[in-house]
Write a protein that binds this ligand. Structure first.
Ligand code: C5P
Length: 227
């Protein structure tokens, strides 16, 4: 059984409010996606890493990826949604269907090889698979317009992160099963088949860069590690 990384990177990052696609914004001298690729390729447990780009991506080629060697494979088969990009990537990669696929957002640059190892260790002998996540820390308000309608209990609520790890065949089946809803992560597609993926406690540093302030945080964290 192999562990294969899959990084969907075909999004436009419209919520950042800038022209450069989010995954190519600069962090400490590299495009954001460099860090997700680096964590996946550097992990000794992972045997291959596939990046899914938009067919018309003109940014990737502007950087030098040689340091990652053959372990890094590029697929230009991005779709209109993240789920579509992942589906296309699963179809294009070489695998036997029993391999585990770890799907990771290009927009989570602070992933570490320790977190990858923790996920594989916890999920590798489960039937279904699982994901990194953290318990919700903030108090949650349900809104009615701009006012609080009520406070929701955060008991038992977790924030999903990535990587999310499932066997190739199950993930492919889960993503093709959902004609009427577009899952925003792999786990919810698998859940729709009636399965219960494992939650693996991660770290808040593995946050997703969505808004400009997230980018500032990622820069602070990743600039520090440069020696
Ligand atoms: O936009 P958001 O942060 O939710 O995107 C999560 C990940 O999915 C990013 O790595 C983004 O590039 C990717 N994505 C994709 N294809 C799309 C939309 C998003 O690969 N059509």
């Amino acid at each position: 059984t192999q562990y294969i990384g899959l990084i969907p990177a075909a999004g436009s990052g419209s919520r950042m409010g800038v022209e450069v696609p989010k995954q190519y914004l600069d962090i400490a001298g590299h495009p954001m996606i460099y860090y997700a690729v680096r964590a996946m390729v550097t992990s000794p447990l992972i045997t291959a890493v596939y990046v899914v780009l938009a067919a018309d991506d003109s940014w990737w080629a502007g950087y030098n990826w040689c340091e990652f060697g053959d372990k890094l494979q590029v697929l230009r088969c991005g779709g209109a949604t993240r789920a579509e990009s992942v589906t296309n990537g699963l179809a294009a990669m070489s695998t036997d269907g029993k391999d585990w696929v770890l799907v990771h957002d290009a927009a989570r640059p602070c992933l570490t090889i320790e977190l990858i190892a923790r996920l594989i260790e916890a999920v590798g002998d489960t039937e279904i698979g699982g994901l990194l996540a953290i318990p919700v820390a903030d108090t949650l308000k349900r809104a009615s317009g701009v006012h609080v309608a009520q406070t929701e209990s955060r008991d038992g609520l977790w924030q999903a992160q990535t990587p999310q790890m499932f066997r190739h065949d199950l993930l492919q089946q889960a993503l093709s099963n959902n004609s009427d809803f577009v899952p925003t992560d792999e786990a919810s597609a698998v859940e729709a088949l009636g399965h219960h993926p494992l939650l693996v406690a991660a770290d808040s540093s593995n946050f997703k860069v969505t808004y400009p302030n997230d980018l500032r945080m990622a820069r602070l964290i990743l600039e520090q590690e440069i020696s």
